[in-house]
Design a protein around this ligand. Structure first.
Ligand code: CS2
Ligand code: MG
Length: 403
């Protein structure tokens, strides 16, 4: 029997902060899992090293489901991003080990490929509409079949989504939370207009996505959705904060624009109403924030019963280890929708060695046994942790709003 013999929690900052879990078994197999929670990294690192690891040593590494239940029910305190990210890291590392032991890519253990490649989307952006449109052209010309478009809003230039075009960006760039601004009326006037400019310049030759980033009420989001219905968005993302899942009933009744949410949610119970009442078209829960392959698979299977497809989060604060695990599910589930793919910085790829590749608008997962991820521990030492915060947003009157 292969027991869990050693667990290392590695915190490093190659391009941005990452937390990575390394599990080593008694017969020397190694598995990797992403444990990064942007802006709260050390909370997961401590949860793992101080609470999970001491209780994990000696467990049978092959019993992934049992370990999952042990960590979930055994914590007593249920759910939440820190707990579910920590469990996800253990889960993905154990699937990595299981694949290596079987000599198979994890997707083979999950039933084999259901498609040739994983459709991905990239982030086009700009400090004005012209810059954003040029960035859209860059993504189209580099082969993307799906492109997310975000541009600065006049009057609130530093709001989420607008950054230097062409650059790899990470919103967690402040040594203290940066204060950005928000103004829904300005957004409702300008964002539909710049999305229309995308269709006017490029037509319908690619899927067009947009991230509303949790900043509207259901009624405002209904107005937004109605105003872009003829633009045939692939989705409008996070239109409304989704802790109140029932709030999406009002939104759903107001527009036919497809809806995606879930990247800040982390368990099947947090998306249960959204899915079973078909209030969304895509569920964005990610493998590294929703309990790993074991739990995300359950979410996607529930979603399949209700015509809801996957659309997992994949920003640069989810490491290449996370994306490698995500692809194992993306390539196998029947109700796959799309995978977010923000390319990581070169220094990140010095530490994380991956086997996935971009081809003609799709990601092709590694054929290597396990998840196809390697982590260069020596290289990681060159990039020490550097605490960073996500921004906050305030309205003109100073009210703290959603960023
Ligand atoms: C965004 C993320 O990619 C997205 O859909 O919502 O960039 C999000 O802002 C970051 O992951 C937060 O850490
Ligand atoms: Mg988002």
């Amino acid at each position: 029997m292969d027991r869990i013999e050693r667990c290392d929690v590695i915190v490093c900052s190659p391009g941005r902060n990452f937390v990575t879990l390394k599990i080593t078994t008694s017969d020397g197999l190694v598995g990797w899992g992403d444990a990064t929670l942007n802006g709260r990294e050390l909370s997961v690192a401590a949860y793992l090293s101080e609470h999970v690891v001491p209780a994990l040593i000696g467990h049978d590494a092959s019993r992934i489901g049992d370990v999952w239940q042990f960590l979930y029910r055994g914590a007593y305190w249920r759910r939440g991003p820190v707990t579910m990210t920590a469990i996800a890291a253990v889960d993905c590392a154990l699937w990595d080990i299981k694949g290596k032991r079987a000599g198979l890519p994890v997707y083979e253990l999950l039933g084999g490929k259901a498609r040739e490649g994983v459709l991905v989307y990239g982030h086009a952006t700009g400090h004005d509409v012209a810059e954003m449109l040029d960035d859209v052209a860059r993504y189209r010309d580099s082969g993307f079949r799906a492109i997310r478009a975000q541009a600065a809003i006049t009057g609130i230039p530093n709001a989420y989504g607008a950054h230097t075009a062409g650059g790899v960006y990470d919103p967690a760039d402040g040594s203290l939370p940066a204060v950005t601004n928000w103004d829904t009326p300005a957004y409702l006037e300008q964002a539909p207009a710049y999305l229309r400019a995308v269709r006017e310049r490029f037509g319908f030759s690619f899927e067009l996505l947009h991230d509303c980033h949790h900043r509207m009420t259901p009624n405002e989001a209904g107005q937004f959705g109605r105003s872009v219905e003829d633009l045939r968005l692939f989705w409008m993302e996070d239109p409304v904060p989704a802790e109140n899942q029932e709030g999406y009933r009002l939104l759903r009744s107001r527009t036919s624009t497809p809806i995606a949410t879930g990247e800040v949610l982390n368990s099947i119970w947090d998306v249960q109403t959204l899915i079973t009442e078909q209030l969304i078209d895509y569920v964005r829960t990610s493998v590294s924030h929703s309990g790993g392959i074991t739990h995300l698979r359950r979410i996607f299977d529930l979603a399949a019963l209700y015509h809801v497809r996957s659309g997992s989060h994949g920003a640069t604060d989810l490491s290449p280890a996370s994306l490698s695990a995500a692809l194992a599910l993306d390539i196998t589930i029947p109700n796959f929708g799309i995978q977010e793919f923000m390319e990581h910085r070169p220094e990140t790829m010095e530490v994380f060695r991956v086997g996935y590749r971009f081809e003609d608008g799709y990601l092709i997962p590694s054929e290597a046994p396990g998840l196809g991820i390697e982590f260069d521990e020596e290289a990681a030492k060159r990039f020490p942790y550097d605490r960073k915060y996500l921004p906050v947003a305030r309205l003109a009157d100073g009210t703290l709003s959603d960023w």
